[in-house]
Design a protein around this ligand. Structure first.
Ligand SMILES: Nc1ncnc2c1ncn2[C@@H]1O[C@H](COP(=O)(O)OP(=O)(O)O)[C@@H](O)[C@H]1O
Ligand SMILES: [Mg+2]
Length: 362
């Protein structure tokens, strides 16, 4: 099968292909066969001290669009082989951060050292070792899935035979191997999975995934998560953005929570959840909406009630300072008609809510 590529296709393809240098040889096992990759876990366990070093060091990065500081003095470090997530609501500055780190946007100030290269001074070196799956899907609608992937692979200098084999393997893993028709017929979810494959077919040392599972149905989301987990097991460093706390919680070694351009908390998922130990979380279920409204109104009068979130017409989540003893009276007085009461562990959503007073989904 031969494909004729137009100028626009080549321009779009360059979105994925920054440089035609040879691929990262250390990552050869990455896409060999993701189903057996777990056998290689020893790679991480036995890694030498130097391999555990910082691969990305973001230093006071800032991006202004006119008066808006989209990214405001952001600093963080990522270790080699880690999965690091930027978690935050829409508009937090996640994509702008990724676009700067992947050399698409110039920072207003600050720098990042990526695999010993300065973002300011050594853009080309950085381009040669990264892969990017952008938030906005960039594919060629007139080509099939395999043609899209092969096109990007060949632009990266992969020979035709390997490009074909690699494309087939990856598309199979993403459950779109069977589709031979033009991508214009694909669902949004299929396009997103194809977008992901196109960002990593060249086995980059560092992979940036901007909202990789946005808009996917639960089954496809699981598939993408398993795929990302298996990539991580090979030692690839992955930076992911998401507004989905479950995704961040399940996949990440470290998370930076972003809001309004700033990092407002950072740590492992467990560290973040333990951050506000003094805050407890309770779910209350009522027989009807009226009972819920009465209770909500009543609870608002107490200072130790930090947040009340409506889950449904008959269910609320309440975070409060202190443990059961401090809440007993309030509950007795306010929620006398409660049907069910459940203490639950904090989630990343609670942490965000407690830090900002807003929900991640707002
Ligand atoms: N090219 C641009 N010009 C002007 N404003 C922008 C541009 N890109 C992003 N922004 C603004 O910067 C803020 C952060 O956007 P973004 O980084 O896309 O957030 P996120 O990815 O967390 O949803 C938003 O307020 C957005 O509207
Ligand atoms: Mg974004």
């Amino acid at each position: 099968m031969s494909v004729c590529f137009s100028k626009t296709m080549i321009k779009n393809g360059l979105h994925y292909v920054h440089n035609l240098k040879p691929l990262n040889k250390n990552m050869d096992l990455v896409l060999e066969d993701l189903s057996v990759i777990s056998n290689h876990q020893a790679y991480n366990i036995n890694e030498s001290k130097s391999e555990r070093d910082i691969i990305i060091d973001v230093q006071s990065l800032e991006k202004k669009f006119g008066d808006l500081k989209a990214v405001d003095n952001v600093s963080f470090q990522i270790k080699k082989g880690e999965l690091f997530s930027l978690l935050g609501p829409n508009g937090a500055g996640k994509s702008t951060t990724i676009r700067m780190l992947t050399t698409v946007l110039n920072p207003t100030s600050g720098d990042a050292i990526i695999d010993d290269n300065s973002l300011k001074k050594q853009k080309n070196q950085i381009k040669s070792i990264i892969g990017v799956c952008p938030q906005d899907i960039v594919i060629f609608d007139v080509l099939s899935a395999e043609e899209n992937v092969r096109f990007v692979a060949e632009m990266h200098g992969i020979d035709k035979k390997s490009a074909r084999e690699e494309s087939k393997k990856l598309l199979q893993l993403m459950n779109i191997g069977g589709r031979k028709d033009a991508c214009k017929n694909f669902s949004g979810g299929m396009k997103r999975r194809l977008n992901l494959v196109m960002g990593l077919v060249h086995k980059p040392k560092i992979l940036f995934l901007d909202e990789p599972s946005a808009g996917l149905d639960p089954q496809a989301r699981r598939l993408v998560w398993d795929f990302i987990r298996n990539l991580k097991k090979t030692g690839m460093t992955i930076i992911l953005t998401t507004h989905d706390m479950v995704e961040a919680d399940l996949l990440s070694d470290h998370i930076a929570i972003m809001d309004k351009g700033k990092i407002i908390a950072m740590g492992t998922p467990n560290e973040l959840k333990k951050k506000d130990m003094n805050v407890s979380n309770l779910e209350l279920e009522f027989h009807n909406a009226q009972e819920l409204n009465d209770t909500q109104k009543c609870l608002k009068n107490y200072d130790n009630i930090k947040n009340i979130q409506k889950i449904s017409d008959i269910k609320i989540s309440v975070s409060f300072i202190g443990g059961i003893p401090t809440l007993k009276n309030e509950i007795l007085e306010c929620a006398i008609k409660v049907k069910n009461l459940l203490f639950r562990d904090p989630t990343l959503e609670d942490i965000f809510l407690n830090l900002t007073g807003r929900s991640l989904r707002d």
